[in-house]
Design a protein around this ligand. Sequence first.
Ligand code: ADP
Ligand code: ADP
Ligand code: MG
Length: 671
Amino acid sequence: MDRSKLYRRFRTLLIANRGEIACRVIRTARAMGLRTVAVYSEADRDAMHVALADEAVLLGPARARDSYLNVERLIEAARKTGAEAVHPGYGFLSENAEFAQACYDAGLVFVGPTADMMNAMGSKSGSKALMEKAGVPLVPGYHGEAQDDATLAKAAEKAGFPVLVKASAGGGGRGMRVVRSADELGPAIVSAKREAKAAFGDDRMLIEKYVDNPRHIEVQIVGDSHGNLLSLFERECTLQRRHQKVIEEAPSPTLNPAQRETVCAAARKAAGAVSYVGAGTIEFVSDGKDVFFIEMNTRLQVEHPVTELITGIDLVEWQLRVAFGEALPLKQDEIKLNGHAVEARVYAENPTKNFMPSVGKISTWRLPAETGGLRIDAGYREGDTVSPYYDAMLAKMIAWAPTRDVAIERLNRGLEESDVRGIVTNIPFLSALMTHPKVRTNAIDTGFIERELAVLTSATLAPGELELCAAVAAVINDERQAAQGGATSPLNSPWQTFGWQPVGRRRRSFAFRVGHGTEQKVTLNYGSGPATLVVGDRELAFAIAPRDGGFDLTLDGVKSAVAAVISGHELYLRTRNGRFDLHLVDPFGGETEEQTGADKIAAPLPGTVVAVLAEEGAKLEKGAPILTLEVMKMEQTLRAPYAGVLKSIKCKVGDIVQEGVELAVVEASGE
Ligand code: ADP
Ligand code: ADP
Ligand code: MG
């Protein structure tokens, strides 16, 4: 292959991706003076990456395979818009050698390695064979061609249980099973193969010794087409859930300088074995002492910003310069490690419901400003819709500081100052992680999140005096603003005309509830004289001064900032004590527990009914399983909200159901 045909100067770049990474690539491409072309599916017409790019081309229907994974349509989009190069982002076609080849064949520059390099490193088995030859330490195991049961069983026996059965073509933690004993091996192989076949169209397996309680350490490397290859230090991505990264940091707090140099040298050796061109990552697991190669990712990684923040290098800029055919601008000894960076992945998912993805419209999107060491790479804005078709990652929040402790503190503060409503996010979960003492002291391994799940997703805090007063203040503030702005209050409050009549003393009662907890009452006294709030037997003087995103509440002479979002009767508050979700009980609404929607057994998201677990007429205990839905590749069982009789089942196995559709009716047994 002629090198100058592979890598050469271009002026228009097509970004074959969506979400935050498409936005992130567009930002740098623009700064370099390039014209940018976005591509999108029918579900993404109004998406942020489409708005950011100079031009945008519709690829096809929402399903990825009809749009973002459709090679023909992508090549055609490049042709139509005069794009000369393609950046694949991560995920989707980024590690697809056929796509890289198709770009080359169409005369386009592929911003990444060649198809040959991807073929060599793309399969975990193939890359392990290469690494073995290059003398890079591997996790012991089997990565051969033969796939018969006997060979795999012998390999597992030889490696010694526990072993990891892993799809050679795998990614995103899928097609992987931990096997603790010989009798579990057969079934694990069958199910891992099934998953791998469906996800990657390839069910070849490898067997690895399962490193108990390991850490994940990876090295960023970049090569150019002139034979230069650099390592840009390491990242530690040990905080994972189901083998997927949640928090990443650089440098690794686990390695000392000598270990750092060892792992970086091993990574350079690994990438050097294929004369790698482009940005890539060499991944290792570590038992705390030694590191073992597990795979190479031949693309930009989600967590690349932490490397950018400690090196001052824009990796997308370097990718593009390498694609232009330039030589890398720095030498290995010119790359300096400065400070510490930590990244958190913000997802639309519900940690208290087994991390079920959350879809819908983002009604509030308030993230802190990118100052004081904070960086935010987002793919969504207020008003955008999170659809069920793609990865649920909304944004990444990254913090830099001279030390790890301060970087963590900055990240946590950034998370705490974020208000995203309309969909459920993992932000409070990320905050809980960042404040966990064991995360602070780096006493973690890849199983940490799973073990600490109960603590990390524990129920919301109980509101105290400050929060109850702040809740009333939020309602009043909202009413005032609505009155001043002429807009109708979203609360549609019956007390709209609160409080500025000059005569007499008046009072108003409020009741709030957290989840299904008991009601807590606050009384507001106003009219002539200063307004006060009564909580329990305490009467407190207060004042409210509106500010961006909320108000300052002065309570008993102490002023503190409160962030508040009101949506219908739901009130979301952030005070110095943390986050609080309160429900305003409407005194005129005749509200009861039953009207909160718990008795409707409905699909929480569009999905497929995969099992019906109870029969009509059956007597059910509270919490008894009724049916199982598959939603966004995850199973979710719907249960009886209270003890009763299953009156009817309104669906059958195989039905595809829309969000909100009633699936069963349970009649409460008389209480
Ligand atoms: P790995 O876990 O192998 O290191 P990364 O952590 O870099 O990989 O994540 C890549 C994953 O990101 C893909 O497997 C895919 O699930 C997900 N993904 C792909 N495209 C997007 C996108 N545009 N926005 C958010 N996530 C994406
Ligand atoms: P993927 O392509 O899905 O990213 P990896 O091979 O990178 O697959 O593995 C994903 C994660 O699984 C790693 O980050 C690590 O936490 C865990 N893992 C992989 N191999 C091993 C192993 N041999 N022992 C223990 N954990 C492992
Ligand atoms: Mg990996």
